[in-house]
Design a protein around this ligand. Structure first.
Ligand code: HAM
Length: 421
């Protein structure tokens, strides 16, 4: 038997239902906020990720799925959605002659070669939104609120937005210097990865999972103390806007994010009771230019869909669904003989084209088995065909709850069912 690759999974049964429900809500919110759907390729030129996510980031150094295509081009399976959307924006010149915001959303698979564990897979999906062409702190708040409101609508409890500001380039350089000065004499007391990061990407030391409880990291200089006046003003405005939108947030100076393209606002949607990050994002005002486009500010986030779907499993709406859920139908059409089967096929087409979901006996099952399956599918009405009634142009319909039976003229079946369903 061939099994699925490590770190991948199948979505089926109950999970598939929750997945559909979740996707529908994300999509409906994207539309409420006037975001438009965009789909970009699952693989892109490797350079795209090196230049955006960052040469020294964990994603690029350890986690990308890289391959050479048959013409020896270096390709990478997308580890995240932002870089591809920015490439698409530039390549299609979406910004041409526009002074309004460009609002895009996506929902698709991403690939990272990580050590698989709960909530961390090698193939996973992200719903993400990216808003270009607005540097207004109002946009940061709007983007954060869409994620927050989706999670509220889904009934995710104990959600807190953790937010921080990395400031502009000048603030970040000043802070990085202060951080390196503070850490250099103490670096041998931190993990090996942090020792490397001191040279390559010192800010990432702040969110080191291994050293997070180390006193050295608890006493680092505070990033917000190094924001220049403009960056401070901006951050304050973002927080004010979040207050207006009644988003529950905490300022967390340790949020630095694992991708290199951020400046100013960075945030994570965190399940407080479990410490799980359901999604994350931030502002990235220089990325469009770095990838060869004009100077266009941007802000966005992405959800880790599976992490959210996993939380929804405990949700009351889905707790009743069996793990091996195989669907629900309005009507089950029962047939045994060949003549009945032909009639079942014809009636099923008629019902389906009139918006009534139904299932037929497609496996020569006995009546007993068909009753069982009808119950499993929660069929509300049963059409029980028999040759005698069919010859008279009558259809026998049984209410599966009350067990009452009616004989209905075959031309009136749809009307009758529409009336009672
Ligand atoms: P990220 O923090 O790398 O950001 O990923 C966003 C979310 O994807 C995470 O918070 C997590 O829920 C989920 N995630 C990441 N890796 C995995 C994995 N291996 N398995 C399951 N879930 C995972 C980004 O990807 C940015 N592109 C977000 C963004 C959009 N920033 C601006 N716009």
């Amino acid at each position: 038997m061939i099994t699925k690759p490590k770190g991948t999974y199948d979505i089926l049964g109950k999970d598939a239902v929750i997945n559909g429900y979740y996707n529908d809500i994300c999509e409906s919110y994207a539309k409420l906020y006037n975001f438009n759907y965009v789909r970009t390729p699952i693989f892109e030129s490797s350079d795209l990720y090196h230049r955006s996510v960052g040469e020294t980031s964990d994603i690029v150094t350890k986690e990308t799925y890289d391959f050479k295509d048959r013409s020896e081009r270096n390709m990478t399976l997308r580890p995240e959605g932002t870089a591809g959307v920015v490439r698409c924006l530039i390549e299609n010149k979406l910004y041409g002659n526009r002074n309004d915001a460009i609002k895009l959303y996506y929902n698709g698979t991403m690939y990272r070669y990580e050590r698989p564990q709960a909530g961390r897979n090698r193939e996973f999906t992200q719903f993400g939104i990216e808003m270009f062409n607005s540097n207004d702190p109002l946009s940061d708040a709007e983007v954060i609120s869409i994620g927050y409101n989706i999670l509220q609508e889904l009934g995710i409890e104990s959600l807190v937005v953790n937010i921080n500001s990395l400031g502009d380039k000048e603030s970040r350089q000043n802070y990085t210097k202060a951080l390196v000065d503070y850490l250099t004499p103490r670096i041998n007391e931190l993990c090996e990865d942090c020792q490397k990061r001191l040279k390559t990407n010192p800010l990432r030391i702040l969110d080191c999972k291994y050293d997070q409880n180390n006193e050295i990291l608890k006493n680092v200089p505070k990033m917000t103390d190094y924001l220049n006046e403009e960056s401070q003003k901006r951050f304050k405005e973002v927080l004010n806007n979040l207050d207006v939108l009644e988003v529950d947030y905490v300022v967390n100076p340790n949020i630095v994010r694992g991708l290199d393209y951020y400046d100013h606002t960075v945030f994570e949607f965190i399940l407080e009771d479990k410490g799980i990050t359901l999604g994350a994002g931030g502002r990235y005002n220089s990325l469009v230019k770095e990838l060869g486009g004009p100077e266009i500010p941007a802000v966005g986030f992405a959800f880790g869909n599976e992490r959210i779907i996993n939380e929804l499993k405990e949700h009351s709406v889905f707790s009743e669904l069996p793990e091996d859920y195989q669907g629900n139908v309005d009507v089950y059409i029962m047939s045994v003989s060949d003549e009945e089967k032909l009639n079942a096929l014809k009636i099923s087409q008629n019902l389906r084209l009139n918006g009534i979901s139904c299932e037929i006996n497609s496996n020569n099952l006995s009546m007993k088995s068909q009753f069982k399956i009808a119950d499993k599918l929660n069929a509300k009405q049963l059409i029980i065909l028999n040759s005698e009634d069919l010859q008279k142009g009558l259809i026998n319909i049984k209410d599966n709850a009350t067990k009452e039976e009616q004989k209905i003229d075959e031309d009136e079946v749809v009307e009758y069912l529409v009336g009672i369903l």
